[in-house]
Design a protein around this ligand. Sequence first.
Ligand SMILES: *Cc1c(COP(=O)(O)O)cnc(C)c1O
Length: 363
Amino acid sequence: MTQIYNFSAGPAVLPKEVLQQAADDMLDWHGSGMSVMEMSHRGPEFISIYHDAVRDLRQLLAIPANYRILFLQGGGLGENAIIPMNLLGRAAVQPATIDFVHTGSWSGKSIKEAARYANVNVAASSEPGHFTSVPPQQYWKLTRDAAYLHICTNETIDGVEYNFVPELPGGTPIVADMSSHILSRTVDVSKYGVIFAGAQKNIGPAGLTVVIVREDLLGHALDICPSAFNWKIVDEHESMFNTPPTYSIYIAGLVFAHLLRQGGVAAMEKRNIEKARLLYAALDVDDFYQNRVAPDCRSRMNVPFYLRDETLNEKFLAGAKARGLLQLKGHKSVGGMRASIYNAMPIEGVQALVDYLNEFAGR
Ligand SMILES: *Cc1c(COP(=O)(O)O)cnc(C)c1O
């Protein structure tokens, strides 16, 4: 097999060891005679897979005991509707207001969807600066008695990542979309009310959405909330109110165990800092390439960049492909290039990209 490096933003690269394990287990999981895909979600085999995955995720993120881990479907965008339907019932003021900080494409989508359920207050926006920074909290115009504050802590398309955790007065819960950087850095879960992530960036296959929710935020769903998306009901059934995405949960579990063997999230963070440093340094040598994000808000996971001479874009991508450097084309909404360097991207892959960047720039 030829060596390639996959820089896709998602679905994205998975650890080779995990894919090999899945291949070994494919026809016969642990002597059961069955593929995981064929198992009843209520049978002892899958129940053990589920319990191991929950236990390992709790350990990886040091999730406190008063937080529940839910495995849902519907993706990150599904959560944009599922969250208001679960949280608005507890708002002290009706009609409720949800605060948002608008830092890019994904928080923009969340704002649009939430506006169907409540008043939306954009407390701060980096849109005037073309989403190249996170507005410092001192400039946020928060609502008193907001139902919650929603932020996207890593904007996958714009390449902007929070380097701080907001501190809110009055106990307003913070809801964080961590889809594209969960497990890439240590996080103090206790600072958040809800953390959610589509699996296909840093966890496993598409089809699974991980939701980490503080216990007291369960049980406030609106009547219109579908039962299968009602966090309290899902929690009472250990994420098996309806058939969960069993195979995606199994692969996620393999990834969690793999991360623990690698030294956990702190070890990942160290590697991710090094990978990002290497790549940004190559982009910053001169203005042949440009990353336009404020240095202290640059994402360690998603690195968008532009060629100074954009007529060279196709040539750049063709040369990258010929060297096994795949999926570097930027998101269609912003153009240019983007390298996603999630946990499973080895430093050798980043180095190969850096070598190509230098070669293409004639350095
Ligand atoms: C990919 C992504 C999503 C969307 O997830 P879907 O599973 O496609 O709904 C949401 N938020 C962020 C930050 C993402 O990177």
